[in-house]
Design a protein around this ligand. Structure first.
Ligand code: GLY
Ligand code: MN
Ligand code: MN
Length: 440
């Protein structure tokens, strides 16, 4: 993303927090796996949104109206030894030239400089609760400012969570963000299609995962946006299954929940299809029902509708269908009221999507479900899960887990499904898998 995009975001953020405020954002810390081996690094989304700065050991401070500069970046000084072992890093000069900091200081100077930067700012926007150690330092800086009160200096008296301003900005996606999300969606769609093509009984779930990740990287996404779920048979009933180590059985379904991260933006797609390419009658009946629920939910994604409408639509269709199939017994309105569907559908129908897969943004405003607005992106992902140990239902339904998930942008007139390129109807899936088998 261009430096100019980040500059525009900073200008908007500075004007929204106002002259009597400051904001402090810390880069994500590195996490050690063992000795001198680290886990792959991913920048903190809030920090990246405003700075575009990809390195750890950095703190960004925003001080609206400050004469010497409103954007101060603390980071690692350039070190040729570090460059030799670990590679590129911007250094203080790069922080100013490449990343647009008005002033840049060594991260070692942070404790010394912060009390001065926070002086006479009434409100401090920060991300309390993410990192206890950083929180303690932050409170220490405020305490330092307080010590100067006899000199007439005032310390921040209000700590404001990023939810209030920064996350409201992140919730409405701009054109560059949508371009990145479209790309993430496109890449992920291709990966799911690839999985459908290569899937055969006898393969292992992690081999399908490898095909997915291979396609992500081939198409220019450096990593998945979250650990891929590749769950066959009964494993699909474990909602956060990531072991991905079972052998694919002829006759089972396979549920794949996987999305690429592109330029720090996520896609989040789930498809469920038969390992052998043909749905059995019970699989078909449940799949048709989940699909009907998903389409009904997507239909409710439009400006002015509230956040919960897609979920309510999905619940209604699923409950009705479960009665029809004999899996629930009773009156529709009563079963919905007592949440009987939760035996088979225990999660909600979606979440905000953006830089984080479960993205920021409030779901309620003043106690009411939030109205959908153009530029919001959410997932729509109903499912049905009937574990093999569920003795309350006839045997034919057991060991089946199905979820269908797409990423949906709210537009001026309704919505756009960003992930529409992946086959979704039974006919489309079976046709694709049939062709793939013929071409073997
Ligand atoms: N992949 C995580 C989710 O669907 O919410
Ligand atoms: Mn999701
Ligand atoms: Mn998902």
């Amino acid at each position: 993303m261009d430096a100019e995009v980040f500059a525009r975001r900073r200008a908007a953020f500075l004007s929204r927090i106002g002259m009597d405020s400051a904001a402090v954002l810390a880069a994500a810390p590195t996490r050690r796996r063992s000795r001198d081996v680290a886990y792959p690094y991913r920048q903190d989304s809030d920090f990246y949104y405003l700075t575009g700065f990809p390195e750890p050991d950095a703190v960004a401070v925003f001080v609206p109206g400050r004469k010497k500069g409103e954007f101060v970046l603390f980071c690692r000084e350039y070190d040729p030894q570090k460059a030799l072992w670990e590679g590129r890093h911007a250094g203080l000069k790069g922080a100013r030239k490449q990343y647009g900091a008005d002033e840049a200081y060594s991260i070692e100077e942070l404790d010394k400089m912060m009390p001065e930067l926070l002086a006479d700012r009434r409100r401090l926007h920060c991300g309390l609760g993410r990192d206890g150690e950083f929180d303690r330092r932050l409170l220490g800086w405020i305490d330092e400012v307080k010590k100067r009160s006899r000199a007439g200096v005032r310390a921040p008296e209000e700590l404001v969570d990023f939810d209030r301003v920064l996350h409201e900005m992140r919730l409405i996606k701009g054109p560059e963000e949508l371009a990145a999300m479209r790309r993430a969606a496109e890449i992920s769609a291709r990966a799911h299609e690839r999985a459908m093509r290569v899937c055969r009984p006898g393969m292992y779930e992690y081999q399908i995962e490898a095909e997915i990740v291979h396609e992500f990287m081939r198409q220019g996404a450096r990593s998945p946006a979250y650990p891929s779920i590749v769950a066959s048979g009964d494993n699909a009933c474990v909602l956060h299954y990531t072991a991905n180590d079972s052998c694919l059985k002829d006759g089972d379904l396979i549920l794949i929940d996987a999305g690429a991260e592109y330029d720090c933006y996520a896609a989040d797609i789930t498809r469920t299809f038969p390992v052998n390419g043909r749905f059995s009658p019970p699989q078909r009946a449940l799949y048709e029902l989940v699909l009907e629920a998903q389409l009904a939910a997507i239909d409710k994604v439009k400006p002015g509708n509230h956040w919960n409408e897609p979920h309510e639509a999905a619940v209604r269709v699923l409950t009705k269908g479960l009665i029809r199939l004999g899996l629930l017994d009773g009156r529709l309105s009563r079963l919905i009221k007592k949440e009987a569907y939760k035996d088979f559908y225990m999660h909600r129908t979606g979440h905000w999507l953006g830089m984080d897969v479960h993205d920021v943004g409030d779901y309620k405003v003043d106690g009411q479900w939030r109205e959908l607005q153009p530029g919001m992106v959410l997932t729509v992902e109903p499912g049905l899960y009937i574990g093999k140990g569920n003795k309350n239902v006839s045997k034919r339904w057991r060991g089946i887990g199905i979820r269908i998930e797409d990423d949906v942008l709210v537009t001026e007139t309704g919505c756009e499904v960003l992930t529409a390129a992946v086959p979704k109807t039974i006919a489309e899936i079976e046709a694709l898998m049939e062709t793939a088998r013929e071409n073997l």
